[in-house]
Structures are given as structure tokens and as C-alpha cells.
Design a protein around this ligand. Structure first.
Ligand SMILES: NC(=O)c1ccc[n+]([C@@H]2O[C@H](COP(=O)([O-])OP(=O)(O)OC[C@H]3O[C@@H](n4cnc5c(N)ncnc54)[C@H](O)[C@@H]3O)[C@@H](O)[C@H]2O)c1
Length: 188
């Protein structure tokens, strides 16, 4: 088991890739805090992974909310006594609006979830990890984090900025025990 003894926080863990990662991390021996705002799906995911023998707790909340985001890190420290891996996976699409059509609420929602959330969790995680020998942070980006034609203005901006946050974090802390990487999904 590759992750025995490791503690991981995974955001957006109730469906899609976040659920797949939570399932695999637990199967590999990690103790997992699974964050998601969908209480029903999160409860079902946690129940299934526990039934399969995994160590996992769920934390329901909106990742765009600072207290909820930081609460995921606190839950890992309080429940498992540490944190080694943070996966910022939770994210939402926009409506393919160019900047000329972009609605304010779409801009704020997408930037809040896709960018503010990962910054809140990363900041708190790095503060803990720096005092404990480092850690690993994976930020789930997108081909829209590298190119302009894959989504609307809000999503594209959020994922470009997430790649920037990743690069900054990697550069700032690489020599202090950190591995920080963007996971960029490209079309087949
Ligand atoms: N699916 C794709 O083709 C694709 C392509 C490129 C990038 N991505 C990125 O991969 C990541 C995961 O995508 P997916 O396709 O697995 O998505 P998904 O919609 O299947 O899962 C996302 C999960 O995040 C949760 N979530 C959304 N907003 C949240 C919030 N504010 N607070 C807490 N939880 C929240 C949802 O409830 C859901 O369980 C996202 O960051 C997405 O932008 C996906």
C-alpha cells in the first residue's frame, strides 16, 4: 500500500475524479478527509469507502467559504494528527460566456470555487506542512489552464490562475520538502 500512514485532504470528493481519488487513496492506506458541498452524495461515498475497509471522514461545506475550506485542514489535524497530501479537486464549469457576455455572479462563483478555495486550503496546509517537513499538493487544473479555447472567460481565468498558484507554491517551497504539481486534464 503506497499511502500507508499518510493523511490526505481531497476536495470535491463526492463524485467524479474526486471520488475516484478518495477511493484509491483509501485503498492505498491513506487516512482521508473528503470535502464536498453535496451532503447526500458525500455521505454515500464515505459509507461505501468505509465499507470497503478505508479510513475516511466526510466534511460537508462550500470550498469557496474560507472557514469551510480551512476547516478541512483542521479536520485532518484533529482527526488524524497530521496532513501530508492536499488535493484541490473541487471545481465548477462556467457557461462558455466570453467576457462580453459574462455575468457577475458567474464570475464570482467560478473564481470563488476554482481559485479562492484552493488558496484557502493551500495556505493553511502549507503553514502546517512547513513545520512538519513538507508535503504534497496537487491542484486539478484543466487544458483551460493553459489555453484560451476550452471554456468561457471565468473558467479559463480560474484555471490559468490555479496553475499560477501552483507554480508559485512549488517555487516558494520546493527546497523545503514540498512537491506541488498541477494536474492538467487534456482532451484525448
Ligand atoms: N471532467 C472533465 O472533463 C474535466 C476537464 C478538465 C478539468 N476538470 C476539473 O477536474 C475537477 C473535477 O472535475 P469532475 O469532472 O470530476 O467534476 P464533478 O462535477 O464530477 O465533481 C466535482 C465535485 O466537486 C464538488 N463541488 C463543486 N463545487 C463545490 C464547492 N463549492 N464546495 C465543495 N464541493 C464542491 C461537487 O459536488 C462534485 O462532487 C474540477 O476541478 C474540474 O474543473 C474536469
Amino acid at each position: 500500500m503506497k499511502l500507508q500512514g499518510k493523511v490526505a485532504v481531497i476536495t470535491g470528493a463526492a463524485s467524479g475524479m474526486g471520488l475516484a481519488m478518495a477511493t484509491r487513496f483509501a485503498a492505498e492506506g491513506a487516512s482521508v478527509v473528503a470535502g464536498d458541498w453535496n451532503a447526500e452524495r458525500l455521505g454515500a461515498a464515505v459509507k461505501q469507502i468505509q465499507a470497503d475497509g478505508g479510513t475516511i471522514v466526510g466534511a460537508q461545506g462550500n470550498i469557496a467559504d474560507q472557514a469551510a475550506a480551512e476547516g478541512l485542514i483542521e479536520q485532518a489535524l484533529n482527526t488524524y494528527g497530521g496532513l501530508h497530501i492536499l488535493v484541490n479537486n473541487a471545481g465548477v464549469m462556467d457557461y462558455m460566456q466570453g467576457v462580453g457576455e459574462l455575468a457577475d455572479d458567474v464570475w464570482r462563483r467560478v473564481l470563488g470555487i476554482n481559485l479562492d478555495g484552493p488558496m484557502f486550503t493551500s495556505r493553511r496546509a502549507v503553514q502546517h506542512m512547513l513545520a512538519h517537513g513538507g508535503g504534497a499538493i496537487v491542484n486539478v487544473a484543466s487544458t483551460a489552464g493553459l489555453h484560451g479555447g476550452a471554456a468561457g472567460a471565468a473558467y479559463t481565468t480560474s484555471k490559468h490562475a490555479l496553475v499560477g498558484l501552483t507554480r508559485s507554491t512549488a517555487w516558494m517551497y520546493a527546497k523545503r520538502g514540498f512537491a506541488v504539481t498541477p494536474f492538467v486534464l487534456a482532451p484525448p
